[in-house]
Ligand binder design. Structure first.
Ligand code: C2E
Ligand code: CA
Ligand code: CA
Length: 628
């Protein structure tokens, strides 16, 4: 049974009228001044319906304490109360107010089906009187019919309540369903957004928004089908020569902004018929279609060259870009998109050797493309095939000319390509993540070697290892270095890690953490290629380096003019002020050597003292004669 609050159940008007007639009928039949129904109102019992409201007795009744007591008794006991002469009644005669009003009373309880009280049905008189059995039966009959009415109302209330519960439940269920439906729609939305993002990433370059090489090649495939004498096609490959140094100098964020502006400048020179894509890193490809395509290409290159003449102003830095172009012409409809892009790239790379600004692809360049493919596919296996080794270049004390240490430099010797210079594969390895494996190899090999040489060269022998920015951002670097130091029983001071400035401008937290961890191990940190990058004094102070390596380009151009000397002097003086050790790189001539001696450089490195050589050669060359 439901828990029904019967207090709030209203007696419907037709039922109320029926009851009214009933009490009137009772009073009439029994010739009584009053018959009434009283209803429990909270803890009170009030007249609900009486036979005659105009009767003078009604005001007496509404205030009668006696009546309330009788009714309360009926309700409390759920049983009839019969009083024929209150003065003689054993219970009620002691009441103070007995003499006041109601002398005769007969009341029966009215109850809801759950036994909650509704009230009473009663008959009364101001004078004592006898209630005949017939009279009592009549009241009891009406009581039964009213209880039946109450049962109907109760049932209805129960139904309504059950209905409300059901409605609530349904609403809740519907809401839950609608929520899960919404969640489903949301999930579908985010999935389709993810799919579109994936499709977008497959086709477009996320940084510049232009097509990527893959989608460029796809679009070219259909263009190539219509290539004939009247419909020629060419690919222009645009590379930024100094992009690596821009990245090193200003950091990757600025590098990205430069690329974005490069793509905008390219677009400003194009009409919609051109197809543009960012191929990788710092290079873009433009597809040109025309009747006489060579003329178009030359015209476009000249416009692009002009567009790149002006400097880039990015985050308060004034940056100059040096662009160069390679061009590949489609010979026939049989040409493949990808091979045209590769040809254009090879033609662009050849500018460097030729010293030109733009260059057309010729068949002789096919070997370059082949090599690049070879490089990429074989780099992955190079370590396993033991094609990698480490060479060592002596670092000498400028004053005594004694060998104080060595810089470890990686070497790749491939059976077909021969010696591949690090400049050609380090970048590639950084892009495909292989640099971590290569870096570990160099660290392990060099530290093992250093442990041996310390026995012969002395305890202050120090090994310098180049660390790529990718390695420095690797969380495992510090623990790996610690393990190697422990394994080869080397003190931290015997290891110097060389980093370039570019790395300090990005991922500052990770880099700071790695550098702090290395310092804790006692490892020295050296800032490599100083002078080519951002060369910020604030970085020098912030990261408390141990050594500063002046880039080879400074030493190389020393004798050219006084200004270069001034520059080198200023760098050395500044480093000294900051208590940094100074290494001059690329010392090739006795004049350069004399200069660094005069300026108070601590260490020198360069072909004058020794080229990078394998470990055995290093031992035989420098171990036997300590001073060079
Ligand atoms: P780097 O760290 O500045 O290394 C010095 C480079 O200058 C070496 O080139 C060295 O052979 C060359 N060099 C030294 N003295 C002279 C000189 O007197 N004249 C001239 N012309 N060159 C000199 P290398 O070995 O080809 O390395 C080139 C660059 O490749 C290195 O520049 C370094 O950035 C990177 N590299 C080399 N080995 C590693 C390595 O194990 N890990 C990483 N991450 N990078 C490496
Ligand atoms: Ca170095
Ligand atoms: Ca260097």
């Amino acid at each position: 049974m439901l828990n029904i609050n019967t207090q709030v159940i209203e007696i419907p008007e037709p039922m109320f009228r029926g009851w009214q007639q009933t009490v009137e009928l009772i009073a009439g039949i029994m010739n009584l001044p009053a018959a009434l129904i009283m209803r429990v109102h909270h803890s009170d019992v009030r007249i609900f319906s009486s036979n005659d409201t105009a009767n003078p007795i009604s005001s007496l009744l509404s205030e009668s304490k006696q009546l309330s007591c009788y009714s309360a008794q009926v309700i409390y006991n759920r049983a009839a109360v019969l009083i024929e002469d209150a003065r003689l009644d054993s219970i009620w005669s002691f009441d103070d107010n007995v003499n006041a009003d109601i002398m005769a009373y007969y009341g029966l309880p009215l109850t809801w089906p759950d036994d909650q009280a509704f009230g009473t049905l009663c008959v009364l008189d101001t004078q004592a009187r006898e209630f005949t059995p017939h009279c009592k039966l009549l009241v009891a009959r009406f009581q039964q019919s009213m209880n039946a009415d109450l049962a109907v109302l109760y049932e209805k209330a129960e139904l309504q309540q059950a209905n409300r519960k059901l409605q609530n439940l349904l609403t809740k269920k519907t809401m839950a369903l609608s929520l899960s439906h919404q969640a489903l729609l949301h999930e579908q939305d985010s999935r389709s957004a993810l799919e579109s993002t994936l499709i977008y990433q497959q086709e477009y370059d996320a940084l510049t928004g232009v097509a990527n090489q893959r989608s460029l090649v796809q679009q070219m495939e259909s263009m190539l089908k219509s290539v004939d004498d009247e419909n020629e096609l060419a690919v222009i490959y645009l590379g930024i020569r100094n992009f690596k140094s821009i990245n090193n100098s200003y950091g990757y964020d600025i590098g990205d902004k430069v690329l974005l502006e490069v793509s905008q400048r390219i677009h400003q020179q194009l009409t919609t018929e051109y197809l543009v894509a960012r191929c990788w890193g710092d290079s873009f490809a433009i597809v040109v279609r025309d009747e006489i395509v060579v003329e178009q290409v030359i015209d476009l290159i000249s416009r692009l060259t002009d567009a790149f003449e002006s400097t880039f102003l990015i985050d308060d830095f004034t940056i100059t870009t040096r662009v160069c172009f390679g061009i590949a012409l489609a010979g026939s409809a049989a040409d493949k998109g990808i091979s045209l892009v590769e040809k254009a790239e090879a033609a662009m790379t050849a500018n460097k050797d030729k010293g030109t600004h733009y260059n057309f692809f010729t068949e002789e360049l096919s070997a370059v493309i082949g090599e690049r493919h070879y490089l990429e596919s074989h780099l992955a296996e190079a370590l396993d095939k033991q094609e990698m080794s480490v060479h060592y270049q002596p670092m000498i004390c400028v004053k005594t000319q004694q060998v104080l240490g060595a810089e470890a430099l990686i070497r790749w010797h491939n059976p077909i390509l021969g010696a591949v210079a690090p400049d050609r594969f380090i970048n590639l390895a950084e892009q495909n993540g292989q640099i971590l494996a290569l870096g570990n190899f160099v660290l392990r090999t060099a530290m093992k070697q250093a442990a041996q040489w310390r026995n012969s060269f002395g305890d202050d022998f120090c090994i310098a290892v180049n660390i790529s920015p990718v390695q420095l951002r690797d969380d495992n670097l510090v623990s790996r270095v610690a393990q190697l130091l422990a394994y080869y029983q080397l003190p931290g001071s015997s290891l110097e890690l060389e980093i370039t400035e570019g790395v300090l401008l990005q991922d500052e937290q990770k880099v700071t953490k790695s550098l702090a961890g290395l310092k804790k191990l006692g490892v020295s940190i050296s800032l490599d290629d100083f002078g080519t990058g951002y060369s910020s004094l604030s970085y020098l102070q912030k990261y408390s380096f141990d050594t500063l390596k002046i880039d080879r380009s400074f030493i190389m151009n020393l004798m050219e003019c006084e200004q270069n000397k001034e520059l080198a002097r200023a760098i050395i003086a500044m480093a000294k002020k900051l208590n940094l050790q100074v290494v001059a790189e690329g010392v090739e001539t006795p004049e350069q050597h004399q200069f660094i001696v005069d300026e108070g450089c601590d260490y020198g490195q360069g072909y004058l003292y020794g080229k990078p050589v394998p470990a055995t050669m290093f031992t035989s060359q420098y171990l036997s004669r300590q001073a060079i």
